[in-house]
Design a protein around this ligand. Structure first.
Ligand SMILES: [Zn+2]
Length: 460
């Protein structure tokens, strides 16, 4: 299996350190707001990676964190804690906010059929592991304290920019645009491991006693502490969004490798962004869409999953409503095809091979999808197509078998309505026919006009 590694900027052959086990860690959500489609695209990408590893016979120990403290509104230690800001906005405590949006997150990922991680680790439930790691870094001389925080001293870690490939001077320029909130910081790119609940964070609600005085952890330390706690000192794969490369993941590497002297993660997989109608999602444009928006417009969350398959995970995906509509139609089509399949047996090795090859080439899902369509249109017998299609769907996760059973299961009353509609249309009574169409749609069915008259599918 070949996989692009951000660390080397090349596609490499992937082999875990101790097969068949794959130690995989994903940076999870900061749970202070609703999960949007940009998040979902990223986690669907991780899901495809995990399912492809499983297709290849690996056992994936997938760990993901939940950030419920310490992530400031700037990744460079400036601004407020996102959780505390969310708490003020919604009139709740930070932990109430965190649990509420964590639930929204899991509902959202379930709806697009993402397999849940084997271990989900909340930052607030692993404070002692984070304190231990900071203490250890202090003992090894990688840190210093100011009146506000314990910082990691990047000048003590020579390979600091090995993931970002930035010149440290570039980072300095970037950092200059940030609001400097601690004048005692030695280097602008030094980052906080532990904030003290004095001074600017004196009203911070979440706080814990520690050897460095009372406070709360910085955002980056949780991922190092929890990933190594559950997976050991060296991970096989660490994933996240491209926005994490320059600060968050760079800092994770620095603090982990400074502590252990070992490679922190062998592979780094990063997902590209999603834009909406060629523009960046933003609050001011009102285009930060969630699954609720997708459902409200009559689309299935799985249609969104299918839509993400059309763009490779390392390319920016452009979301449009018309593309989602086409994705929904494609999904209905594959369910409809599968609805007529007999019991599956003896698959089509040729197509299964092409499908696996596509995924094993740095997760080429767009190609894998086109293999799926070629299979469905091929001359193989239907029982063989069924066998291969369901096998492919173990990676694609489109719930083809389940929905194929549902999509053509139409009650007699609805079929009678369709017949009435056809009669009215023959008599050219289009207004009355349209009224029936609306009634059928209201009951949760899709109405299509074909040469043979009204076709009804159950809405997915
Ligand atoms: Zn992380």
């Amino acid at each position: 299996m070949k996989l692009y590694n951000t660390l080397s900027r090349t596609i490499e052959e992937f082999e875990p350190l101790n097969p068949p086990l794959v130690r995989m860690y994903t940076c999870g959500p900061t749970v202070y707001d609703y999960t949007h489609i940009g998040h979902l695209r990223k986690y669907i990408g991780d899901d495809i990676l995990r399912r492809t590893l499983e297709m290849n016979g690996y056992e994936v120990k997938h760990v993901m964190n939940i950030t419920d403290v310490g992530h400031l509104t700037s990744d460079q230690d400036a601004g407020e804690d996102k959780l505390e800001k969310g708490a003020k906005k919604f009139g709740k405590t930070p932990l109430e906010v965190a649990r509420f949006f964590e639930e929204d997150f899991f509902k959202s990922i379930d709806a697009v059929n993402i397999k849940r991680p084997v271990i989900v680790a909340r930052a607030t439930e692993h404070i002692s592991q984070q304190i231990e790691l900071i203490k250890f870094l202090e003992e090894k001389g990688f840190t210093y304290r100011t009146k506000q925080a314990v910082y990691f001293d990047v000048s003590r870690f020579p390979n600091y920019t090995k993931l970002s490939k930035q010149e440290l001077s570039e980072k300095l320029v970037g950092a200059r645009n940030e609001v400097v909130v601690d004048r005692e910081k030695k280097n602008p790119q030094d980052f906080a491991l532990w904030f003290f609940t004095t001074g600017r964070f004196k009203d911070h609600v979440l706080r814990w006693p520690s050897p460095f005085t009372e406070g709360f952890p910085g955002w980056h330390i949780e991922c190092s502490a929890m990933s190594m706690h559950y997976l050991g000192l060296t991970l096989d794969i660490h994933t996240g969004g491209v926005d994490h490369i320059n600060a968050h993941h760079t800092n994770e590497i620095a603090q982990s490798e400074a502590a252990t002297g070992k490679t922190f993660s062998r592979f780094w997989v990063h997902h590209a962004f999603l834009s909406v109608e060629e523009t960046k999602m933003s609050k001011s444009l009102g285009n930060i869409y969630t699954l609720k928006d997708i459902r409200d417009r009559g689309f299935s969350p799985l249609a969104f999953r299918y839509l993400t398959f059309q763009t490779h995970y390392r390319s920016e995906m452009n979301f449009t409503w018309s593309a989602l509509e086409a994705a929904q139609k494609a999904l209905e089509k594959i369910y409809e095809i599968a609805a007529d399949f007999p019991a599956p047996r003896i698959g089509c090795a040729e197509f299964e091979g092409d499908f696996e090859d596509a995924l094993n080439q740095d997760l080429n899902v767009p190609r894998a999808i086109s293999v799926m369509w070629s299979l469905s249109r091929s001359n193989y017998p239907d029982y063989a197509k069924a066998e291969s299609l369901y096998k492919m769907d173990e990676v694609l996760g489109l719930k083809i078998r389940e929905n194929a059973k549902i999509i053509k299961n139409i009650p007699q009353t609805i079929l009678d309505m369709a017949k009435d509609r056809d009669k009215l249309r023959k008599m050219r009574k289009f207004n009355a026919a349209d009224k029936i169409r609306v009634d059928i749609e209201k009951k949760g069915y899709v109405v299509e006009d074909t040469d043979k008259g009204t076709k009804i599918l159950r809405k997915i």
